[in-house]
Design a protein around this ligand. Structure first.
Ligand SMILES: Nc1nc2c(c(=O)[nH]1)N[C@H]1C(S)=C(S)[C@@H](COP(=O)(O)OP(=O)(O)OC[C@H]3O[C@@H](n4cnc5c(N)ncnc54)[C@H](O)[C@@H]3O)O[C@H]1N2
Ligand code: MOO
Length: 391
């Protein structure tokens, strides 16, 4: 059996960034920026007032000083003219600061009678002026690759970038396998359960920015599974769930091989998730065969599927990000497989759940972390720092 890092390296060798699209800015959120984009303008394009008040010469702004109001500068309608000694221009937030003025006094700190103002109160020390180009300058670059979030969308809008080059979203086909499964909302027979894994993975893929599609459940027959693989045609990645182990009805590996799947690996030294397989289908689509146990499927989704999809979306190959926390209690020694224990992080302390059976979705939903226990880990006392993957 290969190790988790070896399996990840093989997946990163299989997964290649897809092509890119140009989308309108409003469709860019959640996508990965494919090429650098450049600001076509400077922001603010002029020195702008940060407050509503009066623009004056900084050195003259002392308590009780008086000024003659000579004009008004509003946002969108600047005042053309110089501010000279003893003069003030009424100004509003976002308006251009007139030539000669070097400070804006808040209107709360001013008494105005007709066209004369007197500085009252504590005028503080801030200039209340935003320098031209203080946010960004024409030619400034947002570097690719980068997962675009709402703040990036706002920044690109401000840069007057109306169309954005983004990586294509991977089309990921999800196939549940097993005679025991029915779809949520259906009525299961006495020996049946509800297919949950593909739904959890669908949600995970949505969060990643991929385009998941749920195919019908494949029965435990080669014909049914072949039909599902056929429906998956056109996908960039086909993910099967279940039927990956050694039982008589675990047919995913043999059926995929009969359809020309070139296997990259089968079985990884991890818990849960051992019977993981990966390869490339005859049409070039990548194939990831996840174990059926619900928590195994979700853990493999976090540890393998998500990093793989990120690479396909043009992001650098990287394992699931880890953090460190202190064990809240002693932890017994681990086995030869890397163990991903469902755990709860509270502040800087982490506590694995007592029940670690890979069928327990209730425990997984309670967990906010996977505590990573390396292979052959010795018993560790409370307080030891350990790695975890945030969920
Ligand atoms: N003799 C051995 N038996 C098993 C081994 C082994 O090494 N030797 N490995 C165990 C491990 S580890 C795992 S993980 C499971 C994985 O087996 P499969 O991938 O073949 O999964 P299935 O047998 O099809 O299903 C396992 C379990 O999960 C349920 N399941 C499957 N798909 C779904 C789904 N989409 N939604 C919800 N639940 C699902 C299924 O009903 C079973 O209960 O094998 C062990 N056995
Ligand atoms: O390794 Mo399995 O994935 O225990 O449930």
């Amino acid at each position: 059996m290969i190790s988790v890092p070896e399996a990840l390296d093989l997946l990163f060798a299989l997964a290649k960034p897809l092509g890119h699209d140009i989308v309108p800015l409003r469709a860019a959120n959640g996508r990965v920026l494919a090429n650098d984009v450049t600001a076509t303008r400077t922001q603010p394009p002029f020195a702008a007032s940060a407050m509503d008040g009066y623009a004056v010469i900084k050195e003259e702004a002392v308590p009780d000083a008086t000024f003659k109001v000579i004009g008004e500068s509003a946002a969108g309608h600047g005042w053309r003219g110089d501010v000279r000694s003893g003069e003030a221009v009424r100004i509003f937030t976002g308006a251009p600061v007139p030539e000669g003025a070097t400070r804006v006094i808040l209107q709360e700190d001013v008494m105005r009678i007709s066209n004369e103002i007197t500085l009252t109160g504590d005028i503080g020390s801030g200039d209340n002026i935003r320098a031209a180009g203080g946010d960004f300058k024409a030619g400034d670059v947002i570097k690719a690759p980068r997962r675009i979030g709402p703040a990036d969308v706002a920044l690109m809008a401000s840069m007057n970038i109306a169309e954005v080059p983004v990586m294509r979203r991977p089309d990921v086909a999800l196939i549940s396998t097993g005679d025991e499964l029915v779809m949520p909302g259906e009525t299961p027979g006495p020996d049946q359960i509800i297919a949950s894994n593909t739904f959890g993975l669908y949600a995970m893929l949505q969060d990643l920015g991929a385009m998941p599609r749920l195919l019908p459940i494949a029965q435990d027959t080669p014909a049914s599974l072949e039909m599902c693989f056929d429906l998956a045609k056109g996908a960039d990645l086909v993910v099967t769930v279940g039927g990956a182990s050694v039982g008589d009805h675990d047919i995913v590996g043999t059926v995929a091989a009969s359809l020309g799947m070139e296997q990259s690996f089968y079985k990884v030294a991890m818990r849960p998730g051992k019977p993981l397989m990966a390869g490339r289908m005859a049409d070039g689509a990548l194939m990831l065969g996840l174990p059926g146990n619900p928590v195994s499927a979700m853990v493999c989704g976090t540890v393998f599927l998500a990093p793989m999809v990120r690479v396909m979306m043009g992001l650098p190959p990287a394992p699931a990000p880890r953090r460190r926390a202190r064990l809240a209690a002693d932890m017994p020694a681990g086995g030869p497989r890397e163990h991903y224990l469902r755990a709860k992080v509270d502040g800087d302390e982490i506590t694995p759940f007592n029940r670690q059976d890979s069928a327990l979705l209730g425990v997984l939903a309670e967990a906010n972390a996977l505590l990573v226990q390396p292979p052959n880990s010795p018993a560790l006392p409370a307080g030891t720092h350990v790695d975890y993957i945030p969920l």
